[in-house]
Design a protein around this ligand. Structure first.
Ligand SMILES: O=c1ccn([C@@H]2O[C@H](COP(=O)(O)OP(=O)(O)O[C@H]3O[C@H](CO)[C@@H](O)[C@H](O)[C@H]3O)[C@@H](O)[C@H]2O)c(=O)[nH]1
Ligand SMILES: O=P(O)(O)OC[C@H]1O[C@](O)(CO)[C@@H](O)[C@@H]1O
Length: 503
């Protein structure tokens, strides 16, 4: 089979040069690369269609095509939206150009896919357009839905219009709704994503009758990076008792690793740490974020909201006298990240992620695979990673409760047995449940069931080649450029009704 992946945001390159360095370069890239490679290893032809960026700041995204050397998955870069890098919220008006570029590529190369997987709302709407023109079936994988982000970025009456515009929410929700409706399959990482995230009031009306098209495909971890060596166990056993050390370097580290997006709520974790003197006396906090060369003096490359978050973090460190207890680290690859996790695990470290909402959280399962007990947000998919029947594989916390976060961390820091228990549970859970091979098996099975009738598609291909009118996308172009008033009102009414309901 030939399978196409649609990821219009760009940012793929064979060396994974900038993962998490910018807030747009996150888990979606990891997910798509790992899944594409796993499908390729199963013998399929796989192409990732993304954006060509000709920008001196990101020289790795210029070439028309590139191949991942170990697997042969092809990255195809389509020029659209001009040359310069654009943050994802600004890409919407150019998506019709992206789709036209892909069709041109198919016509020129004859490399027509048998199935298309689409990612995030922008990939999803591109899939809707491609499907309308060519009839090729597609799946939608949301990664993160706009509605949960809207709930968490603090939509208030006074800031409503500004936030709607800054995050292009009306266009994003419109695109997501169409992608959900038209896709042959919706891949979700957890059952919770289907039963809660997709049931949000801004989408719920789409799913009353027809919800058979959801397929749960949990993602995986790359085991060649994220693993735990048993010798580390020895080190843990040998380390001195952790009772109030005189040297801070001897203390365990609590590590938080994510993109610097305000919804990851790194500032919430700092607040929790600041609120608990005993925790400060027993552990250090290590913040792994990329993008700010030196957080103490330069973060000009970040998006406005990320700059604000970084400023908030630095102000808190100052205000609560946390210097010397909180450190920043920049890790330039997943290999380095994994090695850092293992080192911290050898000294009874803990991973903590306090996102206001986390649809799934690859970072959580990766940390577990390296032997770190995890304390993570209870908002989102974490439940399904960490709980099954009465068994617990990590600790869930309310990300807005400093007390819950700090007490849960302290509970593990203070109690060697508890640390060992979650360490072992985490390793077991990832081994048994989260592998990219099994994600690829699920995609393969579902894709095989949804292939288009070959004869029908031949005719469609012929038509797209010869008849340019079939590539008329003006009805999408208009609302991708200027969000529909109806959609803005739909969103506004939802929040007004909800507020009234609350009262
Ligand atoms: O220095 C670092 C720090 C992190 N990472 C990687 O960045 C990824 C982050 O992914 P994730 O923790 O899943 O967060 P997001 O970037 O927010 O990803 C979105 O998409 C993911 C895939 O669908 C979902 O799991 C998330 O919940 C969703 O928010 C992980 O693989 C990390 O290994 C690095 O490569 N280097
Ligand atoms: O915060 P948002 O817009 O919901 O986006 C999360 C998404 O952002 C990205 O980091 C970049 O698109 C993706 O990896 C992830 O799926």
């Amino acid at each position: 089979m030939r399978i196409a992946f649609l990821n219009p945001q760009g940012n793929f390159d064979a060396k994974d040069s900038y993962w998490t360095e910018h807030p747009d370069f996150g888990g979606q890239l990891v997910y798509v690369k790992e899944l594409a490679n796993a499908l390729r290893k199963k013998g399929h032809e796989v192409d990732i269609f993304t954006r060509m960026i000709i920008d001196p700041k990101w020289p790795e995204f210029e070439a028309k095509e590139e191949i991942y050397p170990d697997t042969g998955v092809r990255i195809v870069r389509i020029p659209f939206g001009g040359d310069a890098f654009l943050r994802k919220e600004l890409l919407w008006p150019f998506l019709t150009e992206y789709v036209q570029g892909i069709i041109k590529f198919f016509c020129n190369t004859n490399d027509w896919p048998d199935f298309i997987t689409t990612h995030y709302g922008d990939g999803g709407i591109a899939g809707v357009m491609l499907n309308e023109i060519t009839g090729i079936p597609f799946s939608f994988t949301a990664h993160s839905l706009g509605a949960q982000k809207m709930d968490k970025v603090g939509i208030t009456e006074s800031k409503f219009d500004e936030l709607l515009q800054r995050y292009s929410f009306a266009t994003r929700i419109h695109a997501e709704r169409l992608a959900m409706k038209e896709a042959s399959v919706r891949f979700v990482s957890t059952l919770q994503e289907k039963t809660k995230q997709y049931q949000h009031g801004l989408y719920g009306d789409l799913f009353e009758k027809e919800n058979k098209k959801f397929i749960v495909a949990p993602p995986g971890v790359n085991q060649s990076y994220f693993y735990y060596e048993e010798e580390n166990f020895e080190k843990v056993n040998k380390t001195r008792s952790r009772d109030l050390s005189e040297h801070r370097w001897d203390l365990p580290f609590i590590i938080s690793s994510s993109r610097l997006d305000p919804k990851k709520n790194v500032s919430g974790l700092i607040m929790a740490f600041a609120s608990n003197p005993e925790l400060q006396a027993r552990a250090n906090l290590l913040i792994a974020v990329r993008g700010a060369e030196n957080p103490y003096n330069d973060f000009s490359e970040l998006k406005e909201e990320e700059q604000l978050e970084m400023k908030k973090i630095l102000d808190m460190i100052q205000c609560y006298h946390l210097k010397g207890k909180v450190a920043f680290i920049q890790l330039f690859s997943q290999k380095e990240l994994a090695s850092c996790y293992r080192t911290l695990a050898s000294n009874r470290g803990i991973f903590c992620l306090t996102s206001l909402y986390e649809p799934f959280g690859l970072a959580t399962i990766e940390a577990m695979a390296c032997g770190l007990p995890v304390v993570v947000t209870s908002n989102g998919g974490g439940w399904e990673i960490l709980k099954e029947d009465s068994e617990s594989f990590g600790v869930l916390v309310d990300p807005e409760s400093s007390i819950q976060i700090s007490e849960s961390l302290l509970g593990i820091v203070k109690d060697a047995e508890k640390w060992r228990y979650f360490h072992e549970q985490g390793l077991k859970r990832v081994r048994e449940r989260f592998t990219w091979r099994s994600t690829a098996d699920t995609y393969e099975e579902v894709i095989s069931d949804n292939l288009i009738n070959k004869e029908k598609i031949k005719g469609i291909r012929q038509q797209s080649k010869t008849n340019d009118k079939r590539i008329d996308l003006t009805h999408y172009q208009s609302w991708l450029q200027h969000p529909k008033k109806e959609m803005e009102n739909f969103i506004k009414n939802y929040y007004v009704d909800r507020k009234e309901g609350d009262g």
